[in-house]
Design a protein around this ligand. Structure first.
Ligand code: ADP
Ligand code: MG
Length: 470
């Protein structure tokens, strides 16, 4: 069939898939496909991404269905990995990266020459931004789609809508990355605006030292504090990272409140990140809490498996490291709570394999990350059984309200081991033991302390540990 016709069919198919397939899958794996041939009811597309063949297996039916609809007959879809296409994509990527960096630097230089800054370095450190964190190397999935979209909107039009933007979520999920990406994007597209990125911790330290120095002076007593205030209020965009750190520090909270009022009242943009939502700031004055909440709250959740795989694939591509699909899937399923840890594992693996000049394989990766297949099967119930057997009590009694001294002792130790050997939370372990999570926390803490001075207990724990690991 003619190339033109094949392209046209594929264009129609893309329009259907865009609506029916997950956005991450569509953008990452389907859009880059190159339609190749259409013979004997088999439509074939090429990919330059090794992993696409495996990933798209899940979407095989959807794609075939869309093709059949467009062609009005049953069509089978096939995707083939093409090494030449891979090389071509790599080249294009490198070129685009270089061009973008060039443009970025040019833009910065323009700003430098038109402002009081006299050097690129000074400029970068004045903003405190890390060039690594930009929108285009942030992988978007359902867990962070909303936060990403509003961050982009804020960068486009700072101070206009969503002010303040408050991004929250657990550690290692990309809050700092998004916050700095806002800064970069604004510096890049609106070089006249003054952007300041500050970690809450620096804000606190800066305030403390300004207060201390201010009092030393014999002359102008408030000089340092005025300098401090100017620094944070004389900007168009203030990006504050990890705002939860100021909780309960009343002097800092007051200063943050005043900074906020001053910026917000003159239509300047503020963005906060935090490891928890404003309503979980228990020791913060209501008036500051309501300021946090008056714009837009956006949370970031743990990315799903597909997004974690996409993040790893991107890392591998950007760093020119070859990682086979089974290893990508393995790592993405092991490091399933924290992108920072996933990235850390990737860095260790790529350093180790490149120093030793060996390929990345599943066996080697398991060795590097000290992965123990057995560890995966350690469950709270398994630990209860082992501990019950060791102390000669019944597992059911451990889970019941039985208060016999021997049972209670075994229970405490089982609780301690459950927390140490599984990744489960206190409430989850509480459910396994039919107890409140506070009881679990107390028992865990108590055994942990007792081990330090009770040799007998320490020996029991060692023996139990060996049994759990065997
Ligand atoms: P947080 O501030 O939430 O603790 P970070 O922004 O420091 O997390 O993210 C930890 C690491 O994970 C960073 O190196 C960041 O670039 C990376 N990361 C997190 N989420 C993503 C994502 N969606 N795409 C690409 N990299 C990500
Ligand atoms: Mg952070």
């Amino acid at each position: 069939m003619e190339d033109e016709l094949i392209k046209q069919i594929w264009g129609d198919v893309l329009a259907i898939l865009k609506e029916s397939v997950l956005a991450t899958t569509f953008e990452t794996w389907i859009v880059p496909l190159v339609p190749h041939s259409f013979e004997d009811n088999c439509f074939c597309a090429l990919t330059g991404q090794n992993l696409a063949v495996q990933i798209l297996q899940k979407n095989q039916k959807d794609i075939s269905k869309a093709l059949s609809k467009v062609c009005g007959k049953d069509v089978y879809f096939k995707v083939i990995y093409d090494e030449d296409l891979h090389k071509q994509l790599e080249k294009e990527k490198q070129k685009a990266k270089k061009e973008e960096e060039k443009e970025f630097i040019q833009n910065l230089e323009k700003r430098i020459s038109s402002s009081k800054y006299d050097g690129l370095k000074q400029m970068q450190s004045a903003c405190n931004l890390n060039l690594k964190y930009k929108f285009d190397n942030f992988v978007v999935g359902s867990s962070n789609k909303f936060a990403y979209a509003v961050a982009v909107a804020v960068a486009k039009d700072p101070g206009k809508q969503y002010n303040p933007l408050f991004i929250y979520g657990n550690s290692g999920l990309g809050k700092t990355h998004l916050l700095q990406a806002i800064g970069h994007d604004i510096l890049f597209h609106k070089p006249k605006l003054k952007v300041k990125y500050v970690k809450a911790e620096e804000f606190i330290n800066d305030l403390v030292s300004s207060l201390a120095k201010g009092m030393d002076k014999t002359g102008d007593k408030n000089k340092k504090m005025n300098e401090f205030r100017n620094k944070y209020r004389n900007v168009d965009v203030l990006l504050v990272d990890d705002i939860q750190l100021i909780e309960g520090k009343s002097r800092t909270e007051e200063e943050m409140f005043n900074t906020f009022e001053s910026l917000h009242n003159s239509g300047r943009q503020i963005v906060f990140t935090s490891d928890r939502s404003p309503d979980k700031f228990e020791n913060t004055p209501e008036r500051l809490k309501t300021r946090f909440q008056m714009g837009l709250l956006a949370d970031i959740q743990v990315p799903d498996l597909e997004t974690r795989m996409a993040i790893l694939t991107k890392l591998a591509n950007d760093n020119n490291v070859k990682i086979p699909p089974n290893v990508i899937e393995f790592l993405a399923s092991v490091f399933n709570k924290n992108v920072r840890e996933l990235e850390g594992a990737f860095n260790t693996i790529s350093a180790y394999t490149s120093i030793n000049e060996i390929p990345v394989t599943l066996d080697i990766v398991k060795k590097i990350i000290k992965y123990n297949d057995k560890k995966k099967t350690v469950t709270v119930d398994g630990i209860i059984d082992i501990t019950a057997g060791f102390y000669n009590v019944s597992a059911d009694d451990i889970k019941s309200s039985n208060r016999a001294a021997k049972t209670a002792y075994a229970r405490q130790i089982a609780i301690y081991l459950a927390k140490e050997f599984t990744n489960e939370s206190f409430p989850f372990i509480g459910d396994c033991f039919n107890r409140k999570h506070t009881t679990i926390m107390y028992s865990h803490q108590k055994v942990k302390k007792d081990i330090e001075h009770d040799m007998h207990l320490a020996r029991d724990i060692q023996e139990l540990t060996d049994k759990i690991n065997s």
